[in-house]
Design a protein around this ligand. Structure first.
Ligand SMILES: [Zn+2]
Length: 304
């Protein structure tokens, strides 16, 4: 019996268990990703291991890295990058100064042309530097105050500052053509944020910053978050920025009304949660209490 081409294709599909089906092919590609890597756009993606999410852009024209985690996880990240490209790193960005976003600078610097951050990010990292020989710091060598851009061949990357929020020096890094933006710790997706009052953070202004970001980018923008309640929620949309802004506004208003009722810090911090956000989950024990205490401290300073 002579097999037609159609018969041949059908029998090979059965024999191979459907391995040639397109859906199986994309699954195969997913399995091929280096450990911790996830692709978002044609040339963009994230890496998660420990600390703040790393964002990346990898093409024939450029290699860009956003945030650096810790020296050991930055090393693991680079070995994954080397499966994709041999290029030097054109730019390392730091979204803000916290150690889980900048400690890996020391490892990445040997591969990188430059490290770029907002001027306050560098200043706050220097201020926090304990000069611990076991934790040496590497700072940005290029800083900006409002925006900073570079052409990357087919892509253009722009960093922008929107004011104090999670810290005094947060910036958003946007790949304009792929329309992917890393917002650092301006969003803790579906979980309680870390609030850094000593590092220039402010609960009151944070929602304003998020609203400015929503207005600046588009409905289609894919946002990368520094942290989330689970790894599958490290990338999201403007709706997640809106939820974060709503939570921070509710936190500020709730604590202000409790202070008005004459409650003290301890009483306020023992509340079961912020009305409307009782179901929010903690990433670490005591996060909810810490949020209430920080709001109390910030409001007490405002009143004085
Ligand atoms: Zn942070």
């Amino acid at each position: 019996m002579k097999l037609t081409r159609k018969d041949f294709l059908r029998s090979s599909l059965i024999l191979s268990g459907g391995i040639f089906l397109p859906v199986q092919k994309s699954w195969g590609r997913f399995l091929d990703e280096p450990k911790g890597f996830r692709t978002i756009g044609a040339n963009t993606g994230i890496f998660s291991e420990k600390g703040g999410t790393i964002g990346w852009y990898i093409s024939n024209d450029a290699l860009v890295v956003i945030d650096s985690q810790y020296p050991d996880s930055a090393k693991n990240f680079m070995s994954g990058v080397r499966q994709k490209t041999d290029r030097k790193i054109d730019i390392v960005f730091n979204t803000h100064h916290h150690g889980d976003h900048t400690s890996g600078n020391i490892y990445l610097k040997d591969f990188a042309v430059k490290i770029v951050a907002h001027e306050n990010c560098k200043m706050l990292q220097e201020k926090n530097d304990k000069k611990d020989p076991n934790n040496p710091q590497v700072y940005a060598d290029t800083t900006f105050s409002e925006t900073w851009s570079q052409d990357l061949g087919k892509e253009k990357v722009t960093a922008a500052y929107f004011g104090p929020a999670h810290t005094g020096g947060d910036s958003v890094i946007h790949f304009e053509n792929e329309n992917v933006a890393h917002v650092g710790d301006l969003v803790f997706n579906k979980t309680y944020p870390f609030i850094d009052s000593n590092g220039g953070g402010t609960i009151k202004n944070w929602p304003n910053v998020l609203n400015k970001i929503i207005a600046r980018y588009s409905k289609e923008t894919k946002f990368i978050f520094g942290h989330s309640i689970s790894d599958d929620l490290l990338v999201g949309s403007a709706d997640d920025l809106r939820n974060m802004a709503n939570y921070l506004t509710a936190l500020h208003e709730f604590v202000a009304s409790e202070i008005k009722k004459g409650k003290n810090k301890e009483e306020i911090a023992s509340a079961p949660g912020v009305p409307g956000f009782i179901d929010l989950k903690e990433r670490w024990n005591g996060a909810q209490k810490m949020n209430l205490e920080k709001a109390y401290d910030e409001l007490s300073k405002e009143i004085k």
